[in-house]
Design a protein around this ligand. Structure first.
Ligand SMILES: CC(C)(COP(=O)(O)OP(=O)(O)OC[C@H]1O[C@@H](n2cnc3c(N)ncnc32)[C@H](O)[C@@H]1OP(=O)(O)O)[C@@H](O)C(=O)NCCC(=O)NCCS
Length: 167
């Protein structure tokens, strides 16, 4: 087989509106998004156009946040968490046809576990999503959810949040 030089596109940070005191660990590919004050973005993260992230939210390494996702304040998006806006509803990828994309809204104080997948849904405030879970439906009641599909596990006890804030 012949060998050709591929087109190389460097990861970049372009057209991003940052609040004050944001930390970004390179390499990260961030474009056209808004990232609120006090946020942390770990390495190998991609955040796409028009995503909005509130204040003090942490996005850990290898997370992928696609267009049409909005995330609130004081959230924790763990390593390798993945968001989805294209459900392949017409038998394959929408191939850039935004009319087929769907949006996701994450409230405040939401912690999404390592390697969780979030399909286009709405998640209310004060929710924990377990590691490796797949969230397929809106979550409207605070608490801890896990599994594929993610199901309500239990309420978050007051002590859980106190433990969290001292981490
Ligand atoms: C979801 C979670 C918060 C639940 O913790 P917990 O309330 O202590 O739950 P338990 O360990 O008592 O488990 C309760 C049940 O849920 C199941 N379960 C727990 N976590 C699960 C997960 N992520 N996916 C699927 N099932 C899960 C357990 O197997 C158990 O099932 P059983 O009752 O049939 O035995 C925790 O397991 C988790 O996944 N946390 C995310 C951690 C993370 O990703 N951190 C990132 C930073 S390192």
């Amino acid at each position: 087989m012949s060998s050709f030089a591929p087109r190389i596109i460097e990861s970049r940070i372009v057209d991003v509106t940052f609040g004050e005191k944001v930390t970004v660990v390179q390499p990260a590919n961030l474009y056209g998004c808004r990232i609120g004050a006090g946020c942390f973005v770990g390495p190998f993260v991609e955040i796409q156009k028009d995503v909005r992230i509130g204040e003090r939210t942490k996005i850990q390494s290898h997370a992928f946040i696609c267009e049409l996702v909005e995330i609130g304040d004081d959230c924790f998006i763990s390593h390798g968490a993945m968001f989805v806006n294209d459900l392949f509803q017409t038998g394959g990828p929408a191939r850039g046809n935004r009319a087929l994309w769907k949006s996701t809204r994450i409230g405040n104080n939401v912690s999404i576990g390592t390697n969780a997948t979030i399909l286009p849904v709405s998640i209310c405030d004060h929710v924990v999503i377990g590691a490796g879970s797949v969230v397929t439906r809106d979550i409207t009641k605070p608490g801890i959810y896990a599994g594929n599909p993610a199901r309500f596990l239990r309420r978050a006890e007051r002590g859980d949040r106190e433990k969290r804030s001292s981490d």
